[in-house]
Design a protein around this ligand. Structure first.
Ligand SMILES: *[C@@H]1O[C@H](CO)[C@@H](O)[C@H](O)[C@H]1NC(C)=O
Length: 348
């Protein structure tokens, strides 16, 4: 195998017929920044055309995370000073998400450890996502005044029942085998096999998974996960309706979710609800165009900056949302977030 370091934050290798991408910012939980995107995209396009490359594997360095998300602190800093990173990051990230979603060869993401937000966008649109018992999946954007982007509007409404809406609004964390059971991962392997000291063990495992099309490796349906048991009877008509249902439900699970929703940005909740409703019948490309509009609406607003401040910078976990309640988030405001950007729209 040959190794080429095109940048310290992402490493590309050839292992036999596989192109292997390693996200390599372990101290930052492999958070995705613009330079990583700018390295990965052209390499992916090269491997897509290269007759010697049969598949692409993407993984994270350090063992704790596949990728904890986009480097959104840098993005909000840029938004404050009017730097173009606030547009470029989202645009180029979504273009990469689309390249993964339309990739012509098997694309295999080893989503061991934390896999959130931008990390989901690097994995979920590819053909194979391999979880381990250490996988921790979430789309936690409503907690920072954003919305579940990177094609969340496409893949979330396509999960069973209302699971995607639930994950999108609450940021609920799925762990281990539940990640596969939910349909976020396509496969499950034990972490030991992925991490084996013996070189090539996980590659062999993957090749086996792919060539045998995995039926043998698929988890037999076990006990339903907590979300399956609990969500079945909750009706989701509107964000307010969800809150009302949860409060009336009375179960400990429902109370906990109601408390979680009460902490989220009300504007984010309403944007997210409409995003998933619309995205359910749209192509991935149209969803990404819509999400780019929403990303720029968040950059124009206040909640995204306030959420990043409260969760990532000051860490007081006490964001002051504007507006502070669902009833004050008007339909007119939500409409304005979905408005076309003319010549600034995302082009795929
Ligand atoms: C991305 O992260 C790497 C490694 O931490 C850093 O060297 C680089 O400057 C960052 N790039 C951007 C655009 O933030």
């Amino acid at each position: 195998s040959s190794v080429s370091h095109l940048g310290p934050e992402v490493v590309f290798e050839r292992i036999r017929n596989a192109g292997v991408i390693t996200l390599n910012r372990p101290k930052a939980l492999n958070a995705l920044n613009l330079s990583m995107i700018r390295h990965i995209y052209p390499q992916l396009k090269k491997w897509e055309k290269d007759p010697e490359t049969d598949l692409v594997v993407i993984k994270g360095a350090g063992g704790k995370a596949f990728c904890a998300g986009g480097d959104i602190r840098a993005v909000t800093d840029a938004g404050k000073t009017g730097d173009s990173l606030a547009q470029d990051f989202f645009r180029e990230e979504y273009i990469l998400n689309n390249a993964i979603g339309t990739f012509k060869k098997p694309y295999v993401a080893l989503i061991e450890g934390i896999t959130m937000g931008g990390g989901v966008g690097l994995s979920v649109h590819g053909r194979f996502r391999v979880a381990t018992e250490k996988t921790l999946f979430a789309m936690p954007e409503t907690a920072i005044g954003l919305f579940p982007d990177v094609g969340g509007g496409y893949f979330l409404p396509r999960l069973q029942g209302k699971l995607g809406l639930f994950l999108a609004l609450t940021g609920f964390r799925l762990k281990g085998r539940d990640v596969q059971r939910a349909g976020v991962a396509t496969h499950f392997v034990e972490s030991q096999k992925v991490k084996s000291e013996q070189p090539g063990v996980w590659e062999r495992e993957l090749v086996h998974l792919i060539t045998h099309f995995v039926e043998s490796q698929k988890v037999k349906s076990e006990q339903p996960g907590v979300w399956e048991r609990e969500l079945v009877h909750l009706v989701f008509l509107s964000v307010e309706g969800i809150q009302e249902n949860l409060k009336q439900d009375g179960s400990a699970f429902a109370q906990k979710q109601a408390e979680t929703l009460a902490k989220m940005s009300p504007a984010s909740l309403k944007i997210t609800f409409r995003q998933l409703q619309a995205g359910a019948t749209m192509s991935l490309q149209d969803v990404l165009v819509m999400e780019y509009r929403l990303s720029q609406a968040c950059m124009r607003g206040k909640d995204f900056y306030e959420g990043v401040r409260a969760v990532l910078i000051d860490k007081d976990q006490n964001p002051r949302w504007q507006p502070s309640s669902l009833k004050d988030v008007t339909e007119q405001f939500v409409d304005s977030c979905f408005a076309p950007l003319g010549e600034h729209d995302l082009k795929l």
